[in-house]
Design a protein around this ligand. Sequence first.
Ligand SMILES: Cc1cc2nc3c(=O)[nH]c(=O)nc-3n(C[C@H](O)[C@H](O)[C@H](O)COP(=O)(O)O)c2cc1C
Length: 372
Amino acid sequence: MSAASGVDPMTGEVVDPLPVTLPDIRAAALAKVPAAVRDFLEGGAGDESTLHRNTEGFARWDLLPRVMSGRTPPSTATEFMGLPLDLPLLTAPFGADALFHPEGQTAVARANASAGVRSIVPEAGSFSLEEVAAAAPAAIGLAQLHPMGPPENFALMLARIERAGYRGVCVTVDCPTGGWRERMMRTPLDFEDRIIAANYAEPGALDHQEVFGQLFDHTETSVWDWELLAGLMDRSPLPWMAKGILTVDDAERAIAAGASAVLVSNHGGRQLDGAPTALEQLPDIAEAVGSRAQIALDSGIRRGADIVKALALGADVVVLGRLAVYGLTAAGEAGVRQVHRLLHDEIRTILTLLGRGGVRELRRDAVRRARW
Ligand SMILES: Cc1cc2nc3c(=O)[nH]c(=O)nc-3n(C[C@H](O)[C@H](O)[C@H](O)COP(=O)(O)O)c2cc1C
């Protein structure tokens, strides 16, 4: 991968040098946005205890070196839901993406294409599923849907996803309503126009409030359950992943409903404060269902070491949430490319020090619960 550059790859213009570490990319991103956007991005639900544990939890696992293994250079390549990946990751569906950069998910998709990884494109995005697919066909991965609003709308969206060439669907099952986010009560954001509604912008389409009503109105009821979802997904030829699984029971229900992958996630601490971290739940879920479904993990990934630990504990890939948003906010496409480059180089360094020949060789014996 190319080194950090001070030239915008799209325009050829000389731009500020890119931050050279992931924490610096986060700092640059947070310095650029207004307080309300920062709170929307950084905030979690309730007291944010789950949010904080998400990042702190990775330090509770040690990495166990294996020296003199003669296993270099290691490979970062893998496969997930039939998609070849040069890095063991996909980027998360984060909605309202134009709040962070005017090119939003189209810039993320282009960066993903150049790094050999794929996007999960959000339903509540600032660009339609078709626009993101057209921006970087090589990054087409999964399209994300909320089981929310009228089931007919979900069926229409599925048909659009198939037509646009997506390779699978990511169904966010942990959002029957929006989380209790106090930062957003203090500094509310106005989600008008296309910010979260590009998929609902055409004449004749449903109003996005009709679809996402439950997210905004905590008193609205939902008709959605596994049976309704399974009935709709059965009609699609695409494989699907259930996003937002935290227990073995729910992983079993998702697989019984037809999911071929589960994304172990607490939604970046944004939904249920007090929920366990994805990392804590991962080993049990991987042991119970890992032979029947592929496993992804998100919530708290901030550097390559976190990815290595998640893979050693049973994940096949990780999903980058805020880390991808930081890159996008700091420097658009070039910022997300920089995130990928740094993750690639850090993962390779760690694999070498662990004496493992590639990410696919990571097993439980590469980690140990910290004893300090
Ligand atoms: C700004 C922002 C917007 C998000 N929007 C969505 C969304 O529309 N749909 C969804 O399923 N998840 C959404 N998420 C959750 C992410 O997909 C992912 O689960 C989470 O960010 C992972 O945690 P992390 O940020 O700690 O890595 C959003 C997250 C952020 C930070």
